[in-house]
Design a protein around this ligand. Structure first.
Ligand code: ARG
Length: 467
C-alpha cells in the first residue's frame, strides 16, 4: 500500500498528495449537498448488481442497510465529512466500509465516480425542478386570480414609459403571466433532458459486468439510460439549460420587480405592498422600501453569472470526463436556491398587491390616453388616418394649454378642430369606452381579460396534467 492519503486510488502513487492540492481538488465541502441522491443512486446500483448476480442478496442487503443508516447519520448531522476523502462519493463509501466491512468495497463494482456524479446531479436537478415548478405554479395561480379580480381596473398603459393608452390592470397582470407560462414550458422541457440516466457509463466506456441499465433507470425513475457512455459522463448541457431557463425567468421577474418598485413610489402611487414585504430606513422615518422586488431584481445578475460560468466551463472540454466538471455544482446550487427563493417571494407577494384604483384611473386620465380612440373615431367617420392624427394632435395641444383631458372638453371645444365630431364622441373618449372597445382575443377589454384568465387557468391545468 502506498502512503497516499486517499485509500480509494492510492495504489499507484509513491508519495502522498500535497496538502494544498488535496484541499484544492476536494469538493466535499459543497458536494455533500448531493448525499441523499448519492445514496439513492448507490442503493439502485446495488439492487441491480444483485439482480444480475454480481452481488449476492446478502451483500446487497448489507449495503442497503448500511447506506440507510448513513443517510440517518447525515440527517441527524452526525456524519463526519472528511476533506482528505475528497468528495461526497468517497466519504459515503468509506463510511459504508467502516460499517459493514469488505462488502462495502464491492458497491463500486461496475461503476465510476464519473457516472456516479453525473447521476447524482441529474437526480438532484430533477428534485429541485419539481420544487421550483410547484412554486411557479403557485405564482401563476395567484397572478391569474388577481388579474381576474382586477379585470375592470383601469390604469395607463405605457410605451417608452410615457402614458400611451388605457389598459386594465388585469390585462397587465396577464401579460406577466404569459411570460411565466413560457418559462414554465421551458422548465418542463428541460426536465425531460435532465431525466436521463448516466449510470452504467462507468468511467467513460461502459463496464465489463453484465449490468442491466434499464433496471437501474426504472428504480431511479429515469425515463431511460443515456445512449452513449462518453457523452453521459461528460456533458453538463442540462445544467446549462436549467440556468438558461433560470436566467430568462429571473429576467422576467426582474422586469416585474422594476414595475412594482416604480408603482409603489409616491410619483406613480399605483399600488401598495403590505408591510411584511417591505423594510424601513434607519435614518428616514417616513420610508417604506420595496426590498423584496428590489432584491429579486438584484439577484438576477448572479443567475446570469452562473449561466456564463457553466457555458464557459463546458466549452473546449475534450471527451469524456474532465475534473473541470467538478466546478458545475456551486453555480448550479446557487441558481437553484436563487430561483426557488425568488419564486417563493413572488408567489407570496403577488396575491397581496393592493391596487390604488383611483390613483391608477387618474393617471390614465391625465396623459391624453384616449387620443388614439379619438383618431379612430374620426377614421370611422370617413377622415383619412393621417388627417385624423393631425386633428387629434391639435386637440391635445389645446388640452395641454387649457389643462383639460379630451374627455373633459365640451363638444364645442372639440368641434374647433373638426366639425365631423358629434355628441357620440364621448362614448369613445372615456377610459371605460376606450378599454371596452379593444374587444378581441389579446385585447384589454374587461370581458376579454376575464376570458383570457379562464384560458390561462386551463393552460396551467393542462401543463400540470402533462408533467
Ligand atoms: N468530485 C468529482 C466531481 O464532482 C467526482 C468525479 C471525480 N472523478 C474523477 N475521475 N476524479 O466531478
Amino acid at each position: 500500500m502506498s502512503q497516499a492519503t486517499n485509500q480509494s486510488w492510492g495504489g499507484r502513487f509513491s508519495e502522498p498528495t500535497d496538502a494544498f492540492v488535496a484541499r484544492f481538488t476536494a469538493s466535499v465541502n459543497f458536494d455533500q449537498r448531493l448525499a441523499r441522491q448519492d445514496i439513492q443512486g448507490s442503493i439502485a446500483h446495488a439492487t441491480m448488481l444483485a439482480r444480475v448476480g454480481v452481488l449476492t442478496e446478502e451483500e446487497c442487503d448489507a449495503i442497503i442497510n448500511g447506506l440507510t443508516d448513513i443517510q440517518d447519520e447525515i440527517e441527524r448531522g452526525e456524519f463526519n465529512w472528511s476533506v482528505p476523502l475528497e468528495d461526497v462519493h468517497m466519504n459515503i463509501e468509506a463510511r459504508l466500509t467502516d460499517k459493514i466491512g469488505i462488502t462495502g468495497k464491492k458497491l463500486h463494482t461496475g461503476r465510476s465516480r464519473n457516472d456516479q456524479v453525473a447521476t447524482d446531479i441529474r437526480l438532484f436537478m430533477r428534485d429541485e425542478i419539481d420544487v421550483i415548478e410547484a412554486e411557479l405554479t403557485r405564482l401563476r395561480d395567484g397572478m391569474i386570480e388577481l388579474a381576474e379580480r382586477e379585470a375592470d381596473t383601469i390604469m395607463p398603459g405605457f410605451t417608452h414609459l410615457q402614458t400611451a393608452q388605457p389598459v386594465t390592470f388585469g390585462h397587465h397582470l396577464l401579460a406577466w403571466q404569459e411570460m411565466l407560462a413560457r418559462d414554465h414550458e421551458r422548465l418542463l422541457d428541460c426536465r425531460k433532458r435532465v431525466n436521463v440516466m448516466p449510470l452504467g457509463a462507468a468511467a467513460l466506456a461502459g463496464t465489463t459486468y453484465p449490468i442491466d441499465r434499464h433496471v437501474t433507470a426504472d428504480l431511479l425513475g429515469f425515463d431511460r439510460p443515456a445512449e452513449n457512455s462518453l457523452d453521459a459522463v461528460s456533458d453538463r448541457d442540462f445544467a446549462i439549460e436549467f440556468t438558461s431557463f433560470a436566467s430568462i425567468l429571473l429576467m422576467h421577474l426582474s422586469r416585474m420587480s422594476e414595475e412594482l418598485v416604480l408603482w409603489t413610489s409616491a410619483q406613480f402611487n399605483f399600488i401598495d405592498l403590505p408591510d411584511r414585504f417591505c423594510t424601513g430606513s434607519s435614518i428616514m422615518p417616513q420610508k417604506k422600501n420595496p426590498d423584496v422586488p428590489e432584491l429579486v431584481r438584484g439577484k438576477t445578475g448572479r443567475v446570469y453569472g452562473h449561466l456564463m460560468a457553466l457555458l464557459t466551463l463546458m466549452k473546449s472540454q475534450p471527451l469524456a470526463y474532465n475534473k473541470d466538471n467538478q466546478e458545475d455544482k456551486e453555480p448550479l446550487f446557487d441558481a437553484v436556491d436563487t430561483v426557488r427563493d425568488c419564486l417563493k417571494a413572488f408567489a407570496d407577494m403577488v396575491p397581496a398587491i393592493e391596487p390604488k384604483k383611483e390613483s391608477m384611473y387618474e393617471a390614465a386620465r391625465r396623459g391624453f390616453s384616449t387620443a388614439t380612440d379619438l383618431a379612430d373615431y374620426l377614421v370611422r367617420k370617413g377622415v383619412a388616418f393621417r388627417d385624423a392624427h393631425e386633428i387629434v394632435g391639435l386637440s391635445v395641444a389645446y388640452g395641454l394649454k387649457t389643462k383639460k383631458d379630451l374627455s373633459e372638453m365640451t363638444l364645442e371645444e372639440l368641434q374647433q378642430f373638426s366639425d365631423i365630431i358629434e355628441q357620440d364622441v364621448f362614448e369613445v373618449l372615456t377610459l371605460e369606452g376606450s378599454v371596452a372597445a379593444r374587444n378581441h382575443i389579446g385585447g384589454t377589454a374587461p370581458d376579454q381579460v376575464r376570458a383570457a384568465a379562464n384560458r390561462a387557468r386551463e393552460a396551467l391545468a393542462a401543463l400540470k396534467g402533462a408533467s
